[in-house]
Design a protein around this ligand. Sequence first.
Ligand SMILES: Cc1cc2nc3c(=O)[nH]c(=O)nc-3n(C[C@H](O)[C@H](O)[C@H](O)COP(=O)(O)OP(=O)(O)OC[C@H]3O[C@@H](n4cnc5c(N)ncnc54)[C@H](O)[C@@H]3O)c2cc1C
Ligand code: SF4
Length: 470
Amino acid sequence: MRHFSEELRAQGRSVFYVNLTDPKNTQSLISEVERHQATYGFSDWVLTEPSEWRLKEAFEGLAVSLPVPVKIVQDDRFICSHDDFQAFLDGRKQPRMEHFYRKIRQSTGILMKGKDPVGGQWNFDRVNRKPLDQRLTPSPPIWSIDSITAGVIQLVNSRFTNHFGVLDGSSFHWPVNREQALMMLEHFITVRLPSFGDFQDAMLIGKDTLFHSLISTSLNMGLLTPLEVCKAAESAFYQGHVPINAAEGFIRQIIGWREYVRGLYWTYMPDYQSLNSLNATLPLPHFFWNESKTDMLCVSEAIRNTRENAYAHHIQRLMVTGNFALIAGCSVAEVCEWYLSVYADAFEWVELPNTLGMALFADNGVVASKPYCASGKYIDRMSDYCKSCRYNVKETETENACPFNYLYWDFLIKHQERFRSNPRMAMILKNLDRFEDAKLEAIRLRARKFRESIEPSGFDGTASLKEQEP
Ligand SMILES: Cc1cc2nc3c(=O)[nH]c(=O)nc-3n(C[C@H](O)[C@H](O)[C@H](O)COP(=O)(O)OP(=O)(O)OC[C@H]3O[C@@H](n4cnc5c(N)ncnc54)[C@H](O)[C@@H]3O)c2cc1C
Ligand code: SF4
């Protein structure tokens, strides 16, 4: 915001930017609007629709409380309007992302040849998701920080002393203006996109970003638009620089998942945030705030990445920390609060459907057609973690067995009746049905003991977001 206000001023516009430390700051967006109206007597207000339910209600309240006209305009950080999303949902019993994605491909013409998808198919995931066996991965671009960013880092470190992350000038690498956002995009398209499809689910010790784009903060803040990003990937494909599985896989994340979860958020809020269909109540483990407190290497790596970079890539979020929270049965509200607190790209419209829906299945299948639950076997296939972990990924019931293994089976034992009617769970439950009673009992016992051994967080994560006395 500080860089943007400077850019606008340089263009000759009048900007009222209220600093956090301004003594006149009433510390609320709504009361600041009211204060400015009372001071300057503006003739009308034009607001961009907010991206959070709580603010939508507050904005609507402003339209009543301000003595002048208030116009709320559509947010151009998205391709699909609320009306178009509702039109997509109309008459569909079980809407799925894939159907939505095809509609957006058709309406935008991205990777389309007339009415047909370029390459003859809509989705190339079948050839994606290879494990990564070499350690040569590209580093993201780095630029030096300017005095505005340095000032904000200092402000955060002095006023929010209890924050969870690592924050110093040398470790901060997120784009803060359009120029840097474009550099990040350009670097991704030329260096990392060619391998994005193949290795989008891979994980390696100490490799925090792999072939991912690192553009979610820029998209969510409006430094890049979804269409320009997709067009850049499409044109790299047409120029023969990237294969179709990479271009299509990447574009699907943006015009598919990103737009789809946003549509679901606005359709199902405000009730959505209190859903807990699997009755998960285990307090969030303390190690979510301190990776040194767990011996599970996959989990500690994901949390280290989160703490050091305010980032973890999708598979770390979904199949490591998210999967753990799902199969251990962690409290949905506490897990959602954690994800919203720790990531630089976290906004409720995208965090909530991804965490509560995709990772925790607490919405009973609104976002995902089946729970994303997995044993250690999946993590072992997609990463190099298990070779260096103190737990044994090949074992399920022994003292040293990988916790993901017994928690996974315990999760299925617990919820098997609910999942029997889901055809996508049939194979997994068939395997469970083959287990003898003694094995089932041993799994339940291990899982119970593990849960009992967990130290609850006892730490209010959101305290880190609240201001402390300097
Ligand atoms: C539990 C959980 C919580 C998440 N919370 C957030 C969040 O708060 N904010 C956020 O922007 N993303 C969130 N995601 C989605 C995704 O993990 C991040 O967008 C991605 O990791 C950001 O890194 P990247 O830019 O390198 O993405 P890439 O892997 O390079 O993907 C490209 C872009 O596609 C979009 N995208 C990919 N997957 C998703 C998705 N599932 N939903 C929406 N957009 C997607 C993002 O804009 C991303 O920048 C979450 C995923 C999970 C499983
Ligand atoms: S053995 Fe289990 S806990 Fe350890 S890294 Fe592998 S999956 Fe994670």
